[in-house]
Design a binder for this molecule. Structure first.
Ligand code: ZN
Length: 365
Protein backbone atom coordinates (compact mmCIF):
# COMPACT_ATOMS: atom_id res chain seq x y z
CA UNK A 1 0.00 0.00 0.00
CA UNK A 2 1.23 3.49 -0.67
CA UNK A 3 1.58 6.27 1.83
CA UNK A 4 -1.70 8.02 1.10
CA UNK A 5 -3.66 4.79 1.66
CA UNK A 6 -2.03 4.40 5.08
CA UNK A 7 -2.85 8.01 5.87
CA UNK A 8 -6.48 7.49 4.91
CA UNK A 9 -6.78 4.38 7.07
CA UNK A 10 -5.18 6.05 10.08
CA UNK A 11 -7.32 9.17 9.73
CA UNK A 12 -10.48 7.07 9.53
CA UNK A 13 -9.26 5.16 12.57
CA UNK A 14 -8.75 8.44 14.48
CA UNK A 15 -12.32 9.50 13.65
CA UNK A 16 -13.83 6.16 14.73
CA UNK A 17 -11.71 6.10 17.89
CA UNK A 18 -12.94 9.64 18.66
CA UNK A 19 -16.57 8.54 18.30
CA UNK A 20 -15.98 5.59 20.66
CA UNK A 21 -14.19 7.80 23.19
CA UNK A 22 -16.98 10.38 22.81
CA UNK A 23 -19.48 7.70 23.78
CA UNK A 24 -17.48 7.14 26.98
CA UNK A 25 -17.24 10.92 27.58
CA UNK A 26 -21.06 11.02 27.47
CA UNK A 27 -21.07 8.59 30.38
CA UNK A 28 -18.63 10.84 32.29
CA UNK A 29 -20.65 13.97 31.50
CA UNK A 30 -23.80 12.33 32.82
CA UNK A 31 -22.36 10.54 35.84
CA UNK A 32 -19.49 12.65 37.24
CA UNK A 33 -21.59 15.63 38.44
CA UNK A 34 -24.10 13.23 40.01
CA UNK A 35 -21.28 11.38 41.82
CA UNK A 36 -22.22 8.13 40.12
CA UNK A 37 -19.46 5.64 39.40
CA UNK A 38 -18.30 5.67 35.80
CA UNK A 39 -17.62 1.93 35.55
CA UNK A 40 -20.49 0.58 37.63
CA UNK A 41 -22.85 -0.31 36.13
CA UNK A 42 -20.61 -1.12 33.19
CA UNK A 43 -23.44 -1.06 30.71
CA UNK A 44 -24.97 2.28 29.72
CA UNK A 45 -28.60 2.69 30.67
CA UNK A 46 -31.48 4.82 29.43
CA UNK A 47 -31.66 7.91 31.68
CA UNK A 48 -35.45 7.67 31.52
CA UNK A 49 -36.44 4.03 32.08
CA UNK A 50 -33.02 2.84 33.39
CA UNK A 51 -33.07 -0.16 31.04
CA UNK A 52 -29.52 -1.24 30.20
CA UNK A 53 -28.66 -0.52 26.58
CA UNK A 54 -27.36 -3.60 24.72
CA UNK A 55 -24.09 -3.15 22.83
CA UNK A 56 -25.73 -3.26 19.39
CA UNK A 57 -27.88 -0.24 20.33
CA UNK A 58 -24.88 1.60 21.74
CA UNK A 59 -22.77 2.04 18.62
CA UNK A 60 -21.39 5.59 18.60
CA UNK A 61 -23.06 7.99 16.14
CA UNK A 62 -24.88 5.19 14.27
CA UNK A 63 -27.29 4.09 17.02
CA UNK A 64 -28.60 7.55 17.76
CA UNK A 65 -29.32 8.05 14.07
CA UNK A 66 -30.86 4.60 13.52
CA UNK A 67 -33.08 4.87 16.61
CA UNK A 68 -33.89 8.48 15.64
CA UNK A 69 -32.86 9.75 19.09
CA UNK A 70 -35.26 7.49 21.02
CA UNK A 71 -34.79 4.75 23.59
CA UNK A 72 -35.62 1.40 21.91
CA UNK A 73 -37.30 0.20 25.10
CA UNK A 74 -39.47 3.07 26.36
CA UNK A 75 -39.42 5.45 23.40
CA UNK A 76 -38.25 8.40 25.53
CA UNK A 77 -36.25 10.84 23.48
CA UNK A 78 -32.50 10.73 24.01
CA UNK A 79 -30.91 14.15 24.01
CA UNK A 80 -29.11 15.35 20.92
CA UNK A 81 -26.15 16.05 23.19
CA UNK A 82 -25.21 12.35 23.14
CA UNK A 83 -24.84 12.42 19.39
CA UNK A 84 -23.23 15.89 19.45
CA UNK A 85 -20.52 14.89 21.93
CA UNK A 86 -19.65 11.79 19.87
CA UNK A 87 -19.46 13.83 16.68
CA UNK A 88 -17.37 16.65 18.21
CA UNK A 89 -14.97 14.15 19.81
CA UNK A 90 -14.65 12.21 16.55
CA UNK A 91 -13.94 15.39 14.61
CA UNK A 92 -11.40 16.72 17.14
CA UNK A 93 -9.59 13.35 17.32
CA UNK A 94 -9.38 13.40 13.54
CA UNK A 95 -8.17 17.02 13.44
CA UNK A 96 -5.54 16.37 16.13
CA UNK A 97 -4.29 13.32 14.22
CA UNK A 98 -3.97 15.35 11.00
CA UNK A 99 -2.27 18.33 12.68
CA UNK A 100 0.32 16.75 15.00
CA UNK A 101 2.96 13.98 14.99
CA UNK A 102 1.82 10.89 16.86
CA UNK A 103 3.35 11.26 20.36
CA UNK A 104 1.91 14.77 20.60
CA UNK A 105 -1.39 13.61 19.12
CA UNK A 106 -1.79 10.97 21.85
CA UNK A 107 -1.34 13.61 24.59
CA UNK A 108 -3.70 16.01 22.82
CA UNK A 109 -6.34 13.29 22.52
CA UNK A 110 -6.33 13.01 26.31
CA UNK A 111 -6.48 16.79 26.63
CA UNK A 112 -9.35 17.14 24.14
CA UNK A 113 -11.32 14.52 26.09
CA UNK A 114 -10.90 16.44 29.34
CA UNK A 115 -11.90 19.70 27.67
CA UNK A 116 -15.10 18.16 26.27
CA UNK A 117 -16.17 16.79 29.66
CA UNK A 118 -15.43 20.15 31.35
CA UNK A 119 -17.39 22.10 28.74
CA UNK A 120 -20.56 20.04 28.78
CA UNK A 121 -20.68 19.55 32.55
CA UNK A 122 -20.11 23.28 33.10
CA UNK A 123 -22.88 24.26 30.67
CA UNK A 124 -25.38 22.14 32.52
CA UNK A 125 -24.31 22.20 36.16
CA UNK A 126 -22.05 25.26 36.45
CA UNK A 127 -19.27 23.17 37.94
CA UNK A 128 -16.23 21.38 36.56
CA UNK A 129 -15.53 18.10 38.36
CA UNK A 130 -12.23 17.74 40.24
CA UNK A 131 -11.56 14.50 38.37
CA UNK A 132 -11.22 16.64 35.23
CA UNK A 133 -9.42 19.67 36.67
CA UNK A 134 -7.09 18.24 39.34
CA UNK A 135 -6.87 14.92 37.50
CA UNK A 136 -6.20 16.86 34.29
CA UNK A 137 -3.41 18.89 35.88
CA UNK A 138 -1.67 15.73 37.07
CA UNK A 139 -2.23 14.08 33.68
CA UNK A 140 -0.73 17.14 31.96
CA UNK A 141 2.42 17.06 34.07
CA UNK A 142 2.83 13.32 33.49
CA UNK A 143 2.15 13.76 29.76
CA UNK A 144 4.78 16.52 29.56
CA UNK A 145 7.31 14.21 31.20
CA UNK A 146 6.50 11.43 28.71
CA UNK A 147 6.20 13.73 25.65
CA UNK A 148 8.53 16.70 26.36
CA UNK A 149 7.63 18.24 22.96
CA UNK A 150 4.46 19.44 24.69
CA UNK A 151 6.61 22.00 26.51
CA UNK A 152 8.96 22.72 23.57
CA UNK A 153 11.95 20.99 25.08
CA UNK A 154 13.83 17.69 24.83
CA UNK A 155 14.42 17.24 28.54
CA UNK A 156 11.76 15.27 30.37
CA UNK A 157 12.54 16.91 33.68
CA UNK A 158 12.43 20.43 32.23
CA UNK A 159 9.11 19.62 30.56
CA UNK A 160 7.55 18.39 33.80
CA UNK A 161 8.78 21.48 35.68
CA UNK A 162 7.47 23.79 32.96
CA UNK A 163 4.09 22.03 33.02
CA UNK A 164 3.94 22.43 36.79
CA UNK A 165 4.82 26.13 36.63
CA UNK A 166 2.30 26.75 33.84
CA UNK A 167 -0.37 25.02 35.95
CA UNK A 168 0.50 27.25 38.92
CA UNK A 169 0.38 30.32 36.67
CA UNK A 170 -3.08 29.33 35.43
CA UNK A 171 -4.40 28.95 38.95
CA UNK A 172 -2.87 32.21 40.19
CA UNK A 173 -3.92 34.34 37.20
CA UNK A 174 -7.57 33.38 37.61
CA UNK A 175 -7.37 33.66 41.40
CA UNK A 176 -6.36 37.31 40.98
CA UNK A 177 -9.15 37.89 38.44
CA UNK A 178 -11.62 36.15 40.76
CA UNK A 179 -10.65 38.23 43.80
CA UNK A 180 -10.76 41.47 41.80
CA UNK A 181 -14.04 40.38 40.19
CA UNK A 182 -15.66 39.68 43.55
CA UNK A 183 -15.41 43.39 44.28
CA UNK A 184 -16.78 44.33 40.86
CA UNK A 185 -19.15 41.54 39.86
CA UNK A 186 -19.79 39.47 43.03
CA UNK A 187 -23.31 40.78 43.07
CA UNK A 188 -25.32 42.89 40.75
CA UNK A 189 -27.60 45.69 41.88
CA UNK A 190 -30.41 46.45 39.48
CA UNK A 191 -32.31 49.66 39.92
CA UNK A 192 -35.77 49.31 38.48
CA UNK A 193 -37.48 52.07 36.53
CA UNK A 194 -39.88 52.95 39.29
CA UNK A 195 -41.98 50.60 41.42
CA UNK A 196 -42.29 47.25 39.63
CA UNK A 197 -44.76 44.48 40.47
CA UNK A 198 -43.31 41.06 41.20
CA UNK A 199 -44.59 37.59 41.99
CA UNK A 200 -42.92 34.48 43.32
CA UNK A 201 -44.99 31.33 42.81
CA UNK A 202 -43.97 27.89 43.93
CA UNK A 203 -44.05 24.99 41.47
CA UNK A 204 -43.06 21.83 43.29
CA UNK A 205 -39.36 22.03 44.16
CA UNK A 206 -38.78 25.21 42.20
CA UNK A 207 -40.53 28.53 41.80
CA UNK A 208 -41.31 31.02 39.10
CA UNK A 209 -40.10 34.54 39.74
CA UNK A 210 -41.64 37.33 37.69
CA UNK A 211 -40.31 40.85 38.03
CA UNK A 212 -41.89 43.34 35.65
CA UNK A 213 -41.54 41.79 32.20
CA UNK A 214 -38.72 39.45 33.24
CA UNK A 215 -39.75 35.90 34.01
CA UNK A 216 -37.25 33.46 35.45
CA UNK A 217 -36.78 30.22 37.30
CA UNK A 218 -35.93 30.65 40.98
CA UNK A 219 -33.17 28.05 40.95
CA UNK A 220 -31.33 30.03 38.23
CA UNK A 221 -30.23 32.58 40.80
CA UNK A 222 -28.61 30.32 43.32
CA UNK A 223 -25.42 28.38 42.78
CA UNK A 224 -24.27 28.10 46.37
CA UNK A 225 -25.77 27.99 49.84
CA UNK A 226 -24.39 31.42 50.71
CA UNK A 227 -25.89 33.14 47.66
CA UNK A 228 -28.28 35.88 48.65
CA UNK A 229 -30.87 37.81 46.66
CA UNK A 230 -32.17 41.09 48.09
CA UNK A 231 -35.48 42.56 47.05
CA UNK A 232 -36.21 46.08 48.30
CA UNK A 233 -39.98 46.41 48.31
CA UNK A 234 -42.53 49.17 48.60
CA UNK A 235 -44.85 46.45 49.84
CA UNK A 236 -44.80 42.66 49.89
CA UNK A 237 -47.38 40.00 50.65
CA UNK A 238 -46.04 36.64 51.84
CA UNK A 239 -48.95 34.20 51.54
CA UNK A 240 -51.47 36.35 53.37
CA UNK A 241 -49.20 38.46 55.53
CA UNK A 242 -48.58 42.02 54.28
CA UNK A 243 -45.35 43.96 54.90
CA UNK A 244 -44.78 47.61 54.00
CA UNK A 245 -41.42 49.17 53.07
CA UNK A 246 -39.53 45.95 53.60
CA UNK A 247 -36.35 44.39 52.24
CA UNK A 248 -36.78 40.68 51.58
CA UNK A 249 -33.58 38.71 52.04
CA UNK A 250 -33.71 35.46 50.06
CA UNK A 251 -31.48 32.41 50.21
CA UNK A 252 -32.11 29.39 48.04
CA UNK A 253 -34.38 27.84 50.66
CA UNK A 254 -35.60 30.66 52.92
CA UNK A 255 -36.63 34.28 53.14
CA UNK A 256 -36.21 36.80 55.93
CA UNK A 257 -38.60 39.73 56.32
CA UNK A 258 -38.46 42.13 59.29
CA UNK A 259 -36.28 39.77 61.30
CA UNK A 260 -38.56 36.80 60.73
CA UNK A 261 -37.25 33.82 58.72
CA UNK A 262 -39.59 31.57 56.78
CA UNK A 263 -38.76 28.44 54.83
CA UNK A 264 -39.71 28.79 51.15
CA UNK A 265 -41.07 25.22 51.26
CA UNK A 266 -43.86 26.50 53.52
CA UNK A 267 -44.75 29.44 51.26
CA UNK A 268 -46.89 29.22 48.15
CA UNK A 269 -46.85 32.77 46.87
CA UNK A 270 -45.12 36.07 47.45
CA UNK A 271 -46.14 39.20 45.60
CA UNK A 272 -45.75 42.95 45.86
CA UNK A 273 -43.98 45.97 44.44
CA UNK A 274 -40.19 46.07 44.16
CA UNK A 275 -37.91 49.11 43.95
CA UNK A 276 -34.53 47.47 43.68
CA UNK A 277 -33.07 44.00 43.37
CA UNK A 278 -29.59 42.71 44.14
CA UNK A 279 -28.87 39.33 42.55
CA UNK A 280 -25.96 37.06 43.43
CA UNK A 281 -23.64 36.66 40.53
CA UNK A 282 -20.27 35.12 40.15
CA UNK A 283 -18.79 34.83 36.70
CA UNK A 284 -16.32 32.23 37.82
CA UNK A 285 -15.97 29.41 40.28
CA UNK A 286 -13.03 27.57 41.80
CA UNK A 287 -13.47 24.93 39.11
CA UNK A 288 -12.37 27.43 36.46
CA UNK A 289 -9.11 28.10 38.34
CA UNK A 290 -8.28 24.41 38.46
CA UNK A 291 -9.37 23.97 34.86
CA UNK A 292 -6.96 26.67 33.68
CA UNK A 293 -4.23 24.92 35.68
CA UNK A 294 -4.94 21.75 33.67
CA UNK A 295 -4.80 23.76 30.43
CA UNK A 296 -1.40 25.12 31.48
CA UNK A 297 -0.09 21.65 32.36
CA UNK A 298 -0.90 20.37 28.85
CA UNK A 299 -0.28 23.44 26.68
CA UNK A 300 2.21 25.64 28.58
CA UNK A 301 2.23 29.15 30.00
CA UNK A 302 1.46 31.04 26.77
CA UNK A 303 -1.73 29.00 26.37
CA UNK A 304 -2.77 30.08 29.88
CA UNK A 305 -2.62 33.77 28.97
CA UNK A 306 -4.13 33.23 25.54
CA UNK A 307 -7.06 31.18 26.93
CA UNK A 308 -7.91 33.84 29.50
CA UNK A 309 -7.91 36.64 26.92
CA UNK A 310 -9.65 34.72 24.15
CA UNK A 311 -12.11 33.19 26.63
CA UNK A 312 -13.01 36.57 28.16
CA UNK A 313 -13.43 38.08 24.72
CA UNK A 314 -15.68 35.25 23.50
CA UNK A 315 -17.65 35.33 26.76
CA UNK A 316 -18.22 39.08 26.51
CA UNK A 317 -19.33 38.82 22.88
CA UNK A 318 -21.81 36.07 23.69
CA UNK A 319 -23.05 38.02 26.72
CA UNK A 320 -23.48 41.13 24.60
CA UNK A 321 -25.29 39.14 21.91
CA UNK A 322 -27.83 37.61 24.34
CA UNK A 323 -28.43 41.11 25.69
CA UNK A 324 -28.98 42.47 22.18
CA UNK A 325 -31.39 39.76 21.08
CA UNK A 326 -33.21 40.30 24.37
CA UNK A 327 -33.02 36.71 25.58
CA UNK A 328 -32.39 37.83 29.12
CA UNK A 329 -32.31 41.30 30.63
CA UNK A 330 -29.55 40.09 32.87
CA UNK A 331 -27.85 36.78 33.34
CA UNK A 332 -27.42 35.47 36.81
CA UNK A 333 -25.09 32.66 35.88
CA UNK A 334 -22.39 32.65 33.24
CA UNK A 335 -20.33 29.52 32.86
CA UNK A 336 -16.73 30.51 32.04
CA UNK A 337 -15.32 27.01 31.54
CA UNK A 338 -16.61 26.55 27.97
CA UNK A 339 -14.96 29.82 26.90
CA UNK A 340 -11.65 28.81 28.48
CA UNK A 341 -12.00 25.51 26.64
CA UNK A 342 -12.59 27.30 23.36
CA UNK A 343 -9.52 29.50 23.94
CA UNK A 344 -7.39 26.46 24.80
CA UNK A 345 -8.43 24.53 21.69
CA UNK A 346 -7.81 27.58 19.51
CA UNK A 347 -4.32 27.80 21.00
CA UNK A 348 -3.64 24.10 20.52
CA UNK A 349 -4.41 24.27 16.78
CA UNK A 350 -3.45 27.83 15.87
CA UNK A 351 -1.16 29.05 18.70
CA UNK A 352 2.05 28.85 16.66
CA UNK A 353 0.46 30.61 13.70
CA UNK A 354 -0.89 33.24 16.05
CA UNK A 355 2.56 33.88 17.56
CA UNK A 356 4.12 34.19 14.10
CA UNK A 357 1.40 36.63 13.05
CA UNK A 358 1.77 38.61 16.27
CA UNK A 359 5.56 38.90 15.94
CA UNK A 360 5.04 40.06 12.36
CA UNK A 361 2.73 42.82 13.56
CA UNK A 362 4.96 43.94 16.44
CA UNK A 363 8.23 43.85 14.50
CA UNK A 364 7.70 43.78 10.72
CA UNK A 365 10.70 42.41 8.79
ZN1 ZN B 1 -35.80 4.10 28.01
Amino acid sequence: MDRSAYELIFSAFAFVLGAVVGSFLNVCIYRLPLNLSINKPRRSFCPHCKTPIPWYQNIPLASWLLLRGRCAHCGASIRFRYFGVELITAFLFFAVWRAFPWPLALAYWVFVSLVIIATFVDFEHFIIPDQVTIGGTIAGIVASFLVPELMNTESRLAAAVRALLAAALGYIVLLLVLEAGKLAFGKKRIRLDGPTPFTWKRHGDDAEFVLGAEQSLWSDYFAREKDRLLLKCEDAKIDNHVHNKVTLEFYYNRVTAEGQTLMLDDINEISGTALEVVIPREAMGRGDLKFLAAIGAFLGWRAVLFSVFAGSLAGSLVGLFTLLVGKRVWSAKLPFGPYLALGALAWMFFGDAFVRWYIGVVSPP
